[in-house]
Ligand binder design. Structure first.
Ligand SMILES: [Zn+2]
Length: 212
């Protein structure tokens, strides 16, 4: 029983690793960027998606866009109208598939659409050489898990990995049992009534067919 729990924990861990690898891979390799679809549909909204500075009024407008595996939510309290005019707002950049699993957050004042300090929180900055044709601040590598998306993806990938890794072994055990062979080593048990396998010492299960 405890072995099953360890196996389950191991597969959930592998599922979580694969989940994050997919989310980061999309950031790195996707040629689409949710910024463009976001700015095609502007809307107004009365609440901030996250806690912001107390003196910020409700956002003047917000934009939301997504491409495969990526989404970007932008909420602006003060649009920056030129290179020198200050703007302020909140942006959430999320990645992951099938659900969005991790996010980076930008919150602050900026000039001319470029974040003043270029710092996304909860993210790893992508080295410029990874995407040479884009400013690095376009694609933060998100590090903060989003619930329930992170859990959904982790279970999704664990459920794919489990049969992929364990399936061939389970199939081999099933075939050996059907043929009356030792499930551990494949030794032929059909010609005598064994309690343990004479080859490897494994206990012979009651379901082994002894076809004599
Ligand atoms: Zn054996």
């Amino acid at each position: 029983m405890s072995r099953r729990i360890v196996t389950l924990a191991l597969f959930l861990l592998l599922g979580a690793i694969l989940n994050v690898a997919v989310a980061w891979g999309i950031v790195l390799w996707s040629n689409e960027y949710p910024y463009t679809p976001a700015y095609e549909k502007l809307g107004k909204r009365a609440d901030w998606a996250r806690l912001v500075a107390r003196d910020w009024p409700p956002p003047q407008f917000q934009a939301f866009g997504q491409t495969w595996g990526l989404s970007l939510q932008i909420q602006v309290v003060q649009p920056s109208l030129s290179r020198t005019s200050p703007g302020a707002g909140l942006s959430l950049f999320r990645s992951g598939w099938p659900s969005r699993a991790v996010e980076a957050e930008y919150q602050g004042k900026h000039f001319g659409g470029t974040p003043l300090n270029r710092i996304w929180r909860y993210s790893i900055e992508l080295p410029q050489r990874a995407r040479p044709n884009e400013p690095a601040c376009y694609r933060p590598v998100p590090c903060r898990p989003i619930w329930p998306g992170f859990a959904i993806n982790t279970i999704f990938y664990a459920a794919i990995l489990w049969p992929t890794i364990c399936g061939p072994f389970a199939l081999r055990r099933l075939i050996r049992r059907k043929r009356g062979l030792c499930v551990s080593c494949g030794y032929d048990l059909r010609h005598a009534d064994h309690e343990v396998c004479p080859e490897c010492g494994a206990v012979v299960g009651p379901s082994a067919e002894v076809n004599g």
